[in-house]
Design a protein around this ligand. Structure first.
Ligand code: PEP
Ligand code: MN
Length: 344
């Protein structure tokens, strides 16, 4: 349920409601909007609670939330969330492009790619140091060494960085190096990991699990939000279907659906969404047309030598072309590519 406070209620009334909830073993999550201030109630509620809260000073009304996800839903927060990563804002209207290699391989590969994607207009740099791998025999990442290389790319370009965290034990280490934590598709329902990233105050990119429904995805976001971390961005990265031509089927409809159900920003990853480099630009354009807040694109200096996901990676030149097409489409729908990135 949500507690809607009346227009002239102050901090004292809000604090009283929150402490009453805590006395009852519940949590109160505050959302101050332009038009109303609401307190989202999280935890096991009971029938008498509604009347009890409605009688408190400053409370206008208490409304039950019909959806199983609460803090991620529009009922709790009608206005869009804006998530800051360094100087970049995701969800503020401008299109944020995150780009970089699937995996950190060498310092040269990473720094060259970071410079190239920055020059082409990307505002956040990506690269995996801890890689989830379907086969134990494939490249699994450089670990902390990879994090150091990413930090160096940030140093040289000023771009904030995002990298995946695979286990709850690594959250503290990865958070020390990165500006944004990525929870990958395979870990979308690793609830212990979600709790742990929820305890940090780093922005989190939560990828959709490859067989997850939209409701399951929002419930996973709920794990992070209910730990107090409100900096969550969702990422559609394709789902498993019967189609084998593509690696995954990019669910473009998820973008406007999320927009309707949730205040959280949603970005699209057409690299994993298709698994083929020549499908990345068409699907990136489709995602922007559908209202995505940003894109995540895999880029590699020499995709044919990449240790991971070379077939879906763009060369620097192809990435530049993607950016110019995305920019043209964005302006035709009254949007533009975010530039707030690296002020070096
Ligand atoms: C990745 O971003 O490189 C990755 C492993 O993505 P996903 O979790 O979507 O498969
Ligand atoms: Mn990848």
């Amino acid at each position: 349920m949500i507690v809607v406070m009346n227009a002239d209620s102050g901090d004292k009334e809000i604090a009283r409601v929150i402490s009453r909830l805590e006395e009852k073993g519940l949590q109160g999550h505050l959302s101050r909007g332009m038009e109303r201030t609401v307190i989202g109630v999280v935890g096991q509620t009971f029938p008498e609670l509604r009347d009890m809260l409605e009688l408190m000073p400053g409370v206008e009304e208490v409304i039950p939330i019909s959806k199983p996800y609460k803090l991620s839903g529009r009922e709790f927060q009608p206005q869009d969330s804006r998530i800051k990563v360094g100087e970049v804002t995701i969800g503020g209207g401008d299109l944020v492009v995150i780009a970089g290699p699937c995996a950190v391989e060498t310092e040269r590969q990473v720094v060259d790619t970071a410079q190239a994607v920055k020059a082409a207009g990307a505002s956040i740099f990506r690269g995996g140091a801890f890689k989830p791998s379907t086969s134990p025999y494939h490249f699994r990442g450089l670990g902390e060494e990879g994090l150091k290389i990413l930090a160096q790319a940030r140093e040289e370009t000023g771009l904030p960085i995002i990298t995946e965290v695979l286990t709850p034990q690594d959250v503290e280490l990865v958070a020390r190096y990165t500006d944004m934590l990525q929870v990958g598709a395979r870990n979308m329902q690793n609830f212990v990991l979600l709790d742990e990233v929820g305890k940090t105050r780093k922005p989190v990119l939560l990828k959709r699990g490859m067989s997850a429904t939209i409701q399951e995805w929002l419930l996973s976001a709920e794990y992070i939000l209910s730990q107090g971390n409100r900096q969550v961005v969702l990422c559609e990265r394709g789902i498993r279907t019967f189609e084998t031509y593509t690696r995954n089927t990019m669910d473009i409809s998820a973008i406007p659906i999320i927009e309707k159900l949730s205040h959280l920003p949603v970005i699209a990853d057409p690299s994993h969404g298709t698994g083929k480099w020549y499908l990345v630009t068409p699907l990136a354009l489709a995602a922007v047309a559908a209202g995505a807040d940003g894109l995540m694109i895999e880029v590699h200096p020499t995709p044919d030598f990449a240790l991971k996901d070379g077939v879906q990676s763009l060369t620097f030149e192809n990435f530049e072309q993607l950016m110019s097409q995305v920019s043209a489409l964005a302006s035709s729908v009254g949007r533009r590519i975010a530039t707030g990135a690296a002020k070096m």
